[in-house]
Design a protein around this ligand. Structure first.
Ligand SMILES: NC(=O)c1ccc[n+]([C@@H]2O[C@H](COP(=O)([O-])OP(=O)(O)OC[C@H]3O[C@@H](n4cnc5c(N)ncnc54)[C@H](OP(=O)(O)O)[C@@H]3O)[C@@H](O)[C@H]2O)c1
Length: 325
């Protein structure tokens, strides 16, 4: 395994982060694996040197954190870097969502309890909250860090101007600074290259791309007429809304061409492309079958040539910007 710095911090993380949205309970999403089914993925990841794990309070409504916590309790706490998130509604209670001081201070304690740990390494805001003053959010996150409940703070998908405003405000008020941006980035969704990614590179913010395989779309087994055969292909409504445009299938064709020439699966090529983009600390990979994790591990070692990188990038056509508040 290769290791790199978590953004500009001194903490070292594997170049793959294991995405734990897939682990929790299938009563949340049909394609999610339960505790027993998930355990071998953590074992395989740890054995291969992955030390970086990403979950969120809302994944399986807390059960992903429980499953992740139980699996990682098998190793020394200081040998793993655990990231979780706050923002999305956990219930119908109007205060059980967003980035208010009340919700953040309640949520960090609930996440720590479910994870079975005294602190998380990275506490991330899952989205921008237009209904809470950013000073309130930043002060609450600073309280969490000063209490030792999180070592670092990170952010996730938002407009670059919103992130810029939050970073400038934290600097002015001398509160904890975001060290990472977890955003949607893969070969069929590259809108982040316009503003957010150059901004993060300039600010020394580590990039943690989510859905680096476009939720499985880049694997080459998705179809326009019926989405595909796997449980996730059939039922992942976000993937069905985000991808499946004709130009997206042209990108998959390029991935398939490069993969066939090298004699490797598409997933290795698509992940190697993300890993090769400057500023990327670690893509957050999803794996629903163990061999998928092996492909992700192989991708870390796979060096694409400049010609291959250009061939993969060429067919992209712009998308609507998705999911910002
Ligand atoms: N911050 C945010 O807003 C946000 C949003 C989404 C995700 N995330 C994070 O990002 C993580 C990863 O997201 P994701 O699961 O969407 O990532 P992804 O890696 O793009 O997609 C994972 C899916 O790709 C398919 N796949 C993976 N490896 C494969 C291989 N080698 N060959 C064939 N198919 C393969 C599998 O689909 P099948 O199951 O169909 O086989 C798997 O379920 C999440 O767990 C979460 O931690 C964050």
């Amino acid at each position: 395994m290769q290791y790199t710095r978590l953004g500009s911090t001194g903490t070292r993380v594997s170049r793959l982060c294991l995405g734990c949205m897939t682990y929790g309970t299938p009563s949340w999403r049909e394609w999610v694996l339960d505790d027993a089914q998930s355990r071998p993925f953590f074992r395989r990841a740890l054995d291969a040197g992955i030390n970086f794990f990403d979950t969120a309070d809302m994944y399986s409504l807390g059960v992903s954190e429980e499953v992740t916590g139980r699996a990682l309790a098998q190793v020394k706490r200081d040998s793993v870097v655990i990231a979780t998130k706050v923002y999305n509604p956990m219930s119908a209670d109007p205060n059980d969502q967003g980035l208010s001081r009340k919700h953040i201070l309640h949520s960090i304690d609930a996440s720590l309890k479910r994870l079975g740990t005294d602190y998380v390494d990275l506490y991330q805001i899952h989205r921008y909250d237009p209904h809470t003053p950013i000073e309130e959010t930043l002060d609450a996150l600073d309280t969490v860090v000063r209490a030792g409940k999180a070592l670092y703070i990170g952010a996730s998908s938002m407009w670059a101007w919103q992130f810029g405003q939050m970073l400038a405000t934290s600097q002015r008020r001398n509160t904890a600074r975001f060290v990472t941006m977890q955003n949607h980035y893969n070969l069929v969704y590259r809108e982040e290259e316009r503003e957010m990614i150059p901004f993060c590179r300039a600010e020394g913010i580590g990039l943690l791309p989510w859905s680096p395989l476009a939720r499985g779309f880049l694997a080459g087994n998705r179809r326009v007429q019926d989405y595909g055969d796997t449980s996730r292909a059939r039922t992942d409504s976000l993937a069905q809304q985000y991808y499946y445009q004709p130009s997206d299938f042209a990108v998959v064709e390029a991935v398939t061409r490069v993969a066939a020439r090298r004699g490797v699966p598409n997933a290795q090529i698509a992940l190697a492309w993300v890993l090769a983009q400057p500023g990327v600390t670690a893509p957050i990979v999803g794996a629903s079958k163990l061999p998928q994790l092996d492909d992700a591990l192989a991708a870390v070692e796979l060096q694409l040539s400049s010609e291959e990188l250009a061939e993969l990038s060429a067919p992209y056509a712009p998308h609507a910007v998705l999911g910002h508040q």
